[in-house]
Design a protein around this ligand. Structure first.
Ligand SMILES: Nc1ncnc2c1ncn2[C@@H]1O[C@H](COP(=O)(O)OP(=O)(O)OP(=O)(O)O)[C@@H](O)[C@H]1O
Ligand SMILES: [Mg+2]
Length: 314
């Protein structure tokens, strides 16, 4: 049975907190920014509502989750989508037998009631209507109003919230009055080589050092030219190569290139083969979109020739 809470005489069924084995590895600076944003320095102070931004797979959700856990509070993750409605964020009515309605609190409202931390994951996907329902929560008022249940829920003093957002195209533009409430903006960037290696090792602890280093190098070179290949991709490449190796009874190294192809598709293979920098690679950044196939092939040949002189890039 789920836990319940009484708010203004109405019984709310609460959601369950999230519990996942995740650890953020990376810049101490962003960790500190997040911790500071959530701090309350004295009675008259209120916490900030930080916004974590960065490319897909750089570890935004991992950072939010692992700092929240470190603070010793319950953590509730809300996966935002284009279809998230205000009631999904707040309270949903559920039919509970003959003529009865039960009210189910969202993970966000549960965090508000219990003094937990809520991560609104991929918040940029959510519509303005849903964001509007959170406006009072994100300023001095710190409450939400559920039209469905006819109640106002005030946030517990320990309640904290942050939003993760990535900069891909499939998103709504968040209205200005909401953006101004989601501050500070904390930018999560690609890790350096030592961090990258540690991230890969933490997530795939059974991988051998040589394959870990190969994938870390591959990712570092890709970050160097701003290709959108992430640590998440690296973890998946490693897992793929190890699984194929196990199945075929061969060393995982044999399947790294295949793993890159399987996870990153043509962009990954193109980069592996030629080391073409992102701004010259079709599809990755868009700068070459206007080139026709023939011109593109010429460019590829140019890089292939260069490689023969310089040796293999990997
Ligand atoms: N800095 C990091 N520390 C630890 N693990 C990481 C880090 N970056 C990436 N990872 C690993 O890569 C995966 C993706 O990270 P995460 O989901 O946090 O990225 P994200 O930035 O939230 O991506 P998205 O924008 O797609 O939501 C995680 O499951 C984690 O295993
Ligand atoms: Mg995420």
């Amino acid at each position: 049975m789920s836990q319940t809470a009484q708010i203004e005489g109405i019984e709310l069924h609460l959601a369950h907190p999230d519990d996942v084995p995740a650890r953020w590895i990376g810049s101490e600076r962003v960790r500190e920014q997040l911790i500071a944003a959530w701090m309350v320095v004295e009675e008259r102070d209120i916490p900030l509502n930080p916004r974590l931004i960065g490319k897909p797979g750089v570890g935004k959700t991992t950072l939010a989750y692992s700092v929240a856990k470190e603070l010793g509070q319950e953590v509730y993750i809300v996966q935002c989508t284009m279809d998230t409605r205000p009631e999904d964020l707040l309270v949903t009515p559920v039919i509970a037998g003959a003529g009865q309605i039960a009210y189910h609190a969202s993970p966000l409202v549960t965090a508000m009631v219990r003094g937990g931390i809520c991560i609104l994951d991929e918040g940029n996907r959510m519509s303005e209507k849903s964001w509007a329902s959170l406006a009072p929560l994100l300023d001095m008022r710190r409450y939400v109003e559920s039209v469905v249940a006819g109640l106002k829920v005030k946030a517990h003093a320990d309640f904290r919230i942050c939003v993760t957002m990535n900069d891909d195209a499939s998103t709504y533009e968040i209205p200005e009055y909401i953006q101004s409430r989601l501050q500070p903006q904390i930018e999560v960037t690609f890790p350096n080589r030592a961090e990258e290696l540690e991230i890969l090792r933490f997530n795939v602890p059974f991988a051998e050092e040589t394959v870990l280093e190969y994938v870390a190098d591959f990712l570092q070179k890709a970050h160097g030219v701003n290709l959108p290949f992430s640590s998440r991709d690296g973890v998946n490449i490693l897992r793929y190569a190890i699984k194929m190796g196990k199945r075929r009874g061969e060393p995982p190294e044999t399947f790294l290139a295949e793993g890159i192809e399987a996870i990153l598709g043509a962009d990954g293979v193109g980069f592996l083969d030629s080391g073409i920098p992102a701004d010259r690679m079709r599809g990755a950044h868009g700068t070459l979109r206007e080139l026709d196939d023939e011109e593109y092939e010429e460019l590829e040949d140019f890089f292939d020739d260069e490689d023969e002189e310089d040796g293999e890039p990997f």
